[in-house]
Design a protein around this ligand. Structure first.
Ligand code: ASP
Length: 337
């Protein structure tokens, strides 16, 4: 024991929160200092909110929700307020949540009036017999459950509106991140903002959640991986909690979140390799993105095969770490397995 270690803390069961704010072409010096600071600030607030829950003895599910609500309420990320626009000029939101202790799960897709879709996912998980509700039905359910309902204009931001006009002019369907979905070729100024969180509480329970506005200029009721359990989100105390971001269609086709958990549970693959193997599968079919992964011992990793991924973590010591582009990994980030 070194002189500064705190025995109480050393004996404390591990608590951990890991979040992401989307993956894409996030490179040093590409964003304005103001933008970069705004992203860092919202990630820090999200970590603080989730950590407060875990520190006070709250559940991993509540920590995930607290962390995601902050990111949904921020106009900077593609979830809740600040979500991207569909071709028809609407904001259609998707979210999912999974409890690793019970493997209960809830999700909503294509909702337009629920201020915090992650809370609606929780209501579906805990107060319905179902796993996924969509569109107007999900909105009616959320209202009945007393969740905050807003006018669709609440989600409007000028920045996203301009993004849509650009996408329409170029006849492209973009991730919040400018990707041509027909070729899945990342654009030069690709950026992403889907948000996600995974948490471990002091009782050893894992949880995962993901929330997004999906793709700019999406049509025909398109839904990506984020609200799909096993694709964008998965949690099982016997393996890991996972939240994904990236080219949604490829994450669905590879069952990315479950695939990661299955490798850990069945093949006993270390978490870093499990995440990398899944990202390789995704790359092999033309996709890219990132995964945050956390196990019941508090080991975690934040892997991506894009230029960057907004991400951050906090654990027992209360020290916040936040990163964006590749190359500034946490020293221990990839050694935990
Ligand atoms: N995976 C999300 C989707 O396809 C987008 C993202 O993560 O940026 O809807």
């Amino acid at each position: 024991m070194n002189l500064h270690s705190n025995p109480a803390q050393a004996d404390a069961p591990p608590i951990r929160l890991v979040i992401h704010g989307g993956a894409g072409t996030i490179e040093r010096g590409k964003l304005t200092a103001e933008r970069e600071q705004a992203y860092t600030q919202v990630l820090a607030q999200s970590l603080a909110a989730g950590y407060a829950v875990l520190k006070a003895g709250g559940s991993s599910v509540d920590a995930v929700i607290a962390a995601i609500v902050v990111m949904e309420d921020s106009p900077w990320l593609n979830a809740g307020k600040g979500a991207v626009f569909t071709h028809a000029g609407r904001n259609e939101l998707d979210a999912s949540l999974m409890d690793g202790a019970t493997r209960m799960a809830g999700a909503v897709a294509a909702v337009t009036t629920i201020r915090n879709p992650i809370r609606a996912a929780q209501a579906v998980m805990t107060r319905s017999a179902h796993v996924m509700l969509i569109g107007q039905g999900a909105e009616t359910f959320a209202a009945e459950q007393g969740l905050e309902i807003v006018d669709p204009s609440y989600f409007h931001t000028e920045f996203r509106w301009k993004q849509l006009q650009k996408a329409i002019a170029e006849e492209r369907v973009l991730r919040d991140h400018d990707v041509n979905i027909s070729t899945l070729q990342p654009d030069k100024d690709e950026k992403r903002g889907t948000v996600g969180a995974v948490a471990l509480d002091r009782y050893g329970n894992l949880a995962a959640g993901t929330s997004t506005g999906g793709l700019t200029n999406k049509r025909f009721g398109r839904v990506g991986d984020s609200p799909i359990i096993g694709a964008g989100t998965y949690a099982d105390n016997r393996s890991v909690a996972v939240s994904a971001t990236g080219t949604g269609e490829t994450f669905i086709r590879t069952a990315a979140a479950f695939n990661t958990a299955a490798r850990v549970q069945l093949l006993r693959t270390p978490i870093v390799q499990a995440a990398d193997s899944v990202l390789e599968e995704i790359a092999a079919i033309g996709g890219d993105g990132g995964l945050i992964v956390l196990d019941a011992n508090g080991h975690y990793t934040m892997r991506f095969n894009t230029k960057g991924m907004y991400r951050g973590t906090i654990g027992n010591d209360g020290v916040t770490w936040i990163g964006s582009y590749a190359g500034n990994e946490l020293p221990q980030e990839n050694s935990h397995n």
